[in-house]
Ligand binder design. Sequence first.
Ligand SMILES: Cc1cc2nc3c(=O)[nH]c(=O)nc-3n(C[C@H](O)[C@H](O)[C@H](O)COP(=O)(O)OP(=O)(O)OC[C@H]3O[C@@H](n4cnc5c(N)ncnc54)[C@H](O)[C@@H]3O)c2cc1C
Length: 404
Amino acid sequence: MKVTIVGAGPSGLILGILLQKRGITTRILEAADKLDAQPRACHYAGPGKYELERAGVLEKIQAEGFHPGGVTWRYKDGAAVAGIDQKSIPESSVHRMVCLPLGRVCEILYDEAIASGVEILFNHKVLGNIGQTETTAWVDVSINADVQRFEADYIVGCDGGNSQIRRALFGEMEFPGSTWEQQIVASNVYYPFEKFGYNDSNFIVHPTDWYMAAKITKDGMWRVTYGDVPGLTKEEYEKRLPMRYKQMLPGAPEPSEFKIANIGPYKMHQRLAEKMRVGRFLLAADAAHLCNPFGGLGLVGGIADVGCLCDALDAMNKGLTDDSILDEYSRVRREKYQTIVDPMSTANFKRLWEKEPDKAFAEDEFFKVLEKANKDEKLMNKLREASMALCHDMAQFYKPPVQA
Ligand SMILES: Cc1cc2nc3c(=O)[nH]c(=O)nc-3n(C[C@H](O)[C@H](O)[C@H](O)COP(=O)(O)OP(=O)(O)OC[C@H]3O[C@@H](n4cnc5c(N)ncnc54)[C@H](O)[C@@H]3O)c2cc1C
């Protein structure tokens, strides 16, 4: 079997490694001339860790990254209200979250993909002209001034939120769901939050000055993701950052007291493609679904997609099942988004700003469950196990192909 993946982002690279290691010849077509280094994902929870281990990169990620000690929800003045402690979970456990900025994770994935024999072609932009027959699928690809056709048995769109594959399959504007009014700015910064008693990850609950502050590297870099007025340019957000930091952060810092490493403004969406399979074309991760980043469900959901897709294609390649398993892939992964990723990420985000903080802390069922679980280890373990529900065992759908 030959598979072509569109997009050398994290989901495309992980899928490439998983498939190639199972003997499926894999090629990745990437529009850009290098890997993306924008400030995005950093935290990988259980389902992500499980697949990173299968891809053979977890050890390296754990060695370079670190395991955050816990998360705390706070008032704007820094007072802690609720939290989850992670220190009691061994670092080797799948339930202990690992943290390393995505830019570095992609470099590690790239090296592993090349070592596994995946062919990765940069400056190969897939165009809207795609097609398939009973036996093959193809995409037209722009390479400098040239257009070339690439064929494979299956083509997987791992080409992100603006996926060309998804637009070619369903139409330019067909990505059902909604866009948040709120504008977020993700900034990477050196600022000593520890001095103010902050935990490794913190959510500040406030109607306008809500934000997340999380330590993301061992050398003390933090990610501060906060809201700002919509519709400005990156340069305008950069200019406003010192004013927003002074309004929000503990110690109301002056620019001389922090060092910015990187900043990226993002629009946030909750969207899910109509299907994740159309014949020999498949979609995975951000190309298929989007969510806001609060709670780190975006890429972790996408990594769980590619794990299932690898198992489905591998089983077909080994003759254990027919291609109906790809319809199950589409059904199961869409259901995971609808029942886990979308409602949880929506609640995580709204919890930060929807109600006055006193009301939020008093009324939100989530904080009551946390309080209970912190006193009841069995309940806490149950919640941890539940978080693995993003994964799915595809073996239950094996249906040996009918012999001719
Ligand atoms: C601020 C922020 C923080 C986040 N934090 C977390 C977190 O802590 N945990 C988490 O799980 N998730 C998090 N996320 C979400 C996560 O970053 C994304 O879900 C993830 O990067 C998506 O990966 P992907 O491989 O699907 O797509 P992308 O990373 O978008 O990669 C797509 C690739 O496809 C390429 N491409 C696009 N079009 C074409 C084309 N036509 N031809 C060829 N190539 C093409 C692009 O150049 C790109 O390299 C966060 C997101 C943001 C914005």
